[in-house]
Design a protein around this ligand. Structure first.
Ligand SMILES: [Cu+2]
Length: 353
């Protein structure tokens, strides 16, 4: 396992951190580490304590300390180039009915990642970063207008910036283990008829990958005209999650051949559509719409009826932009309530370029 060097105590020890646990899912290691021993194992002593770029000079008149301009403190002592610290810039925006994010980077090396967030919309937005997971219970409560505390539902929160008003910016550091993460806004709003919508359902949900040992490879950013996707169950503490594991997050615009393998016990669909507002569609699905009613998702392409153990291939024509892959089949929880597979974790976004 790679070690990511950072100064001790550089990481805030928060409520979320202590709940994290290391999670293995069929070869995929989604990072949720923070049992103290794991934390210790992953926070090596500061490699270059004197080179901290944010060191504050005690003398106000002194010029800023001149660290060697080319020596980034996190890489100076690192033997592997992949250990370079990553950064992701996120801009929230609104386009028609859709609420979206512009992201400058869909995959970074696992380790410390700096997130810079700017709200270029008119609404208040937020960005939360956490391992891809089952959020169906939380999402369904919030769609009913119930005020629930996200932190009680989202496992392994890696970092967040909440309540960012229009025009404002915020930044935070997150320590990402190799795996897939969701970058989402969980703010809600009201439709004219009084019903609740979630920014999450209007498009503010983006997948990013932290590559590294046991997780996605750096080639996840290599554009190609093929994509392989495995449908896999999650493992504790994300045992209720149903996940997709794609082999890339960037494809070449044009004809792309998807090969999708269902390694789960249930039948699934694989729907691909341009990222946008699907809040009305989700409401319809939760009211018990039949399978196959995907017409209201503009521009969707579909691989249907993937039974357990099966691999199906299909070629879709994709225009440049961000796309979503998801399963929108619905099933019943044990208490009889309905959930959508997408909300259970069967979702990811990818870029066609
Ligand atoms: Cu499904």
């Amino acid at each position: 396992m790679e070690e990511f060097r950072q100064p001790p105590l550089a990481e805030p020890i928060g409520r979320a951190m202590t709940r994290r646990q290391l999670l293995h899912l069929g070869g995929l290691v989604v990072g949720l580490a923070s049992v103290p021993s794991l934390l210790a194992a992953c926070s090596a002593p500061a490699a270059t304590p004197t080179a901290a770029p944010t060191a504050v000079s005690p003398k106000p008149t002194a010029p800023p300390p001149p660290p060697k301009p080319t020596a980034a403190p996190t890489t100076a002592a690192a033997p592997k180039p992949a250990a370079a610290a990553g950064s992701i810039s996120v801009v929230a925006k609104e386009e028609g009915k859709a609420f979206l994010f512009d992201v400058d980077n869909l995959a970074v090396p696992a380790g410390k990642v700096k997130f810079s967030f700017k709200n270029a919309g008119k609404q208040t937005h937020e960005v939360m970063v956490y391992p891809m997971q089952d959020l169906s219970e939380m999402l369904n409560l919030r769609r009913q207008g119930k005020d629930v505390e996200e932190m009680e539902y989202i496992k392994g929160m890696a970092g967040k910036a909440e309540d960012i008003d229009a025009g404002k910016s915020a930044s935070f550091d997150a320590n990402l283990k190799p795996g897939f993460y969701e970058l989402a806004c969980h703010v809600e709003g009201k439709n004219p008829n009084g019903s609740t919508y979630l920014h999450f359902d209007k498009g503010q949900s983006i997948t990013i990958a932290a590559f590294g040992s046991g997780g996605p490879a750096p080639s996840i950013l290599t554009p190609a005209s093929t994509m392989n996707v495995k449908m896999v169950p999650g493992e504790a503490p994300l045992a209720s999650s149903w996940l997709f594991y794609p082999d890339r997050l960037v494809v070449k615009a044009g004809e792309v051949t998807f090969s999708v393998t269902n390694n789960m016990k249930e039948e699934h669909d694989f729907v691909v559509y341009p990222l946008g507002d699907i809040s009305e569609f989700i409401k319809m699905r939760l009211q018990g719409g039949e399978h196959g009613e995907y017409d209201s998702i503009k521009g969707n392409e579909l691989i249907e009826d993937l039974s357990p153990g099966k691999t199906l291939q299909k070629t879709f024509k994709l225009t440049p932009g961000l796309w979503v892959a998801a399963c929108f089949m619905s099933s019943k929880n044990q208490d009889g309530s309905t959930f959508i597979h997408r909300d259970r974790g069967q979702r990811f976004t990818f870029l066609a370029k």
